[in-house]
Design a protein around this ligand. Structure first.
Ligand SMILES: NC(=O)c1ccc[n+]([C@@H]2O[C@H](COP(=O)([O-])OP(=O)(O)OC[C@H]3O[C@@H](n4cnc5c(N)ncnc54)[C@H](O)[C@@H]3O)[C@@H](O)[C@H]2O)c1
Length: 259
């Protein structure tokens, strides 16, 4: 279990959506170490369960397709009031706009943006009716803060998440529910490996060399770890961040800074 200096209030209930992924798993570990009772949800039900391995008893998991609005609402109702939601489900996308595959566009938007809306709508209701202060953290990306060639669909989905976060935060403030976005840079992860394979398959070159070059991108010239992203998610969900809402916080080791 990850060590952490943040301790959540006793009985804190956290839901990690995308709990089977690299960042989702790291979030499960960070929140468990801070004392949370967890729900791990993922399209891949076995991965959702595996994300809880070694985290002790009292946690729950289930398969959930975030693109299914009714399934999200039903799952939110079954879980009931909780204190924090982390939205870490997501799909990558690669390719130029002139070659756009509309099915790929819809697939990525459905998970990265539509799903975020379904989760916002589905899970806020129970928090509001329970009159419970709470927090949502949505995984955006540095691709949600600036455009990049070959990444238009992913960028559009992540810019959308940042817009959702700002509006949702303004709507939820009267209910003491805080909403924030986390914007990682290049995270050392299977998703980033898949992107390098896709890019080199499209434009040529060696995927391992590209991955290595991306690991030297930005001011700190290193990648971010899933744990570093999870620690920020935990901080934003904790009482240490009660004045932070509607923010898009970068965790990118200076990737957006010139050096
Ligand atoms: N890895 C990076 O470099 C990086 C950088 C910036 C932002 N992000 C974002 O962080 C989030 C997590 O990334 P990751 O590296 O953990 O990716 P990942 O591929 O390891 O995990 C994503 C998870 O989302 C799940 N998922 C996909 N479609 C789903 C659906 N329809 N319903 C429910 N779950 C679904 C997958 O099963 C997977 O477990 C994503 O939103 C990603 O865009 C990642």
């Amino acid at each position: 279990m990850a060590d952490t200096t943040i301790v959540l209030p006793v009985g804190h209930r956290a839901v990690v959506i995308g709990g089977g992924g690299a960042i989702g798993r790291a979030c499960l570990r960070a929140f468990a170490a801070a004392g949370a009772n967890l729900w791990s949800l993922d399209l891949d039900g076995a991965a959702a369960a595996a994300g809880l391995d070694g985290l002790g008893h009292g946690h729950h998991h289930a398969a959930l397709d975030v693109t299914d609005r009714k399934a999200v609402a039903d799952r939110a109702q079954a879980i009931g009031a909780c204190d924090s939601i982390v939205y870490a489900a997501g799909l990558e996308s690669d390719g130029d706009i002139v070659d756009l595959d509309w099915a790929d566009y819809r697939r990525v938007m459905a998970v990265n943006l539509d799903g975020a809306f379904h989760v916002a709508a589905g899970f806020a209701g129970a928090m509001i009716s329970a009159r419970r202060a709470g927090s949502f953290v949505f995984l955006a990306s540095m691709a949600g803060l600036r455009g990049e060639a070959g990444t238009s669909v992913y960028c559009a989905s992540k810019f959308g998440v940042v817009g959702l976060v700002e509006s949702f935060a303004a709507e939820m403030t009267p209910h003491a529910i805080r909403i924030n976005a986390v914007c990682p840079g290049n995270v050392d992860s299977p998703m980033l490996r898949r992107i390098t394979q896709s890019v080199t398959g499209r434009v040529g070159g060696d995927a391992d060399e590209l991955y290595e070059s991306w690991s030297r991108y930005g001011a700190a010239q290193r990648m971010v770890t899933p744990r570093e992203v999870a620690d920020l998610c935990l901080f934003l969900a904790s009482p240490a961040a009660t004045a932070i809402t509607g923010a898009a916080v970068r965790v990118d080791a200076g990737a957006m800074l010139y050096r």
